[in-house]
Design a protein around this ligand. Sequence first.
Ligand SMILES: C[S@@+](CC[C@H](N)C(=O)[O-])C[C@H]1O[C@@H](n2cnc3c(N)ncnc32)[C@H](O)[C@@H]1O
Ligand SMILES: Nc1nc2[nH]cc(C(=O)O)c2c(=O)[nH]1
Ligand code: SF4
Ligand SMILES: [Mg+2]
Length: 216
Amino acid sequence: MYSIKEAFYSLQGEGAHAGRPALFCRFTGCNLWSGQEKTRATSDCQFCDTDFIGTDGQHGGKFKTAQALRTHIDALWPAEQGHKYVVFTGGEPALQLDDELIAEMKSHGYTIAIETNGTLALPEGIDWICVSPKTTHPLKVTSGNELKLVFPQAHLPPARFESLSFDHFYLQPMDQSHLSKDQIPLTNTQQATLNFCLSHPQWRLSLQTHKMLNID
Ligand SMILES: C[S@@+](CC[C@H](N)C(=O)[O-])C[C@H]1O[C@@H](n2cnc3c(N)ncnc32)[C@H](O)[C@@H]1O
Ligand SMILES: Nc1nc2[nH]cc(C(=O)O)c2c(=O)[nH]1
Ligand code: SF4
Ligand SMILES: [Mg+2]
């Protein structure tokens, strides 16, 4: 059974593939936060910008088989068009993504990407692995295509990741809209991120372009 919060066709907003048309499949649930606001401050990941509870989002639902989920996703891809690209995200997609779903997507022509916090082992066969570290717990996924660190995070300096096997290293300014009005942001995260990149050229800036465009 796969539990999906929402599925939508949009442009990849972040990282090396920013601007690329993609079908986003957002799994329900995460191992680093319950998703409930009352536990945010005590969770392992406290700045999440996403609602991943339940199956009530656009094109969300429960799917008994990989084939059922693939059929559902496929219907959202523009008719007669190839270049099929699916981004599994969440929540934490590594909790649910399995060999069967990967095989099903591949046999129907999809290139497969994942957005993961890197704390859980991944199945084989994913074409684009984006790891975005969150905690000081050791990473299970220490190689991949892009490492995209939300910046800044206390206790998580970028230097910690610089020798891992990734092709691209991105810093993404922390969106602080989860903070309430009485929590005045102490840092301008965009300014801090661009300053860090300028002084540490192994790192590139990733902006969440979908938020600027006001699209999903
Ligand atoms: C919502 S997460 C889901 C996938 C996975 N759980 C993870 O954390 O990578 C998708 C992407 O959004 C990023 N993200 C989440 N909250 C953010 C925030 N407040 N500001 C900037 N990026 C954020 C994550 O770091 C991750 O790269
Ligand atoms: N357009 C768009 N691009 C994204 N890249 C990663 C996202 C995510 O939430 O995982 C995301 C998202 O939610 N929307
Ligand atoms: S690990 Fe990802 S999905 Fe989970 S709370 Fe953090 S940003 Fe959100
Ligand atoms: Mg998002």
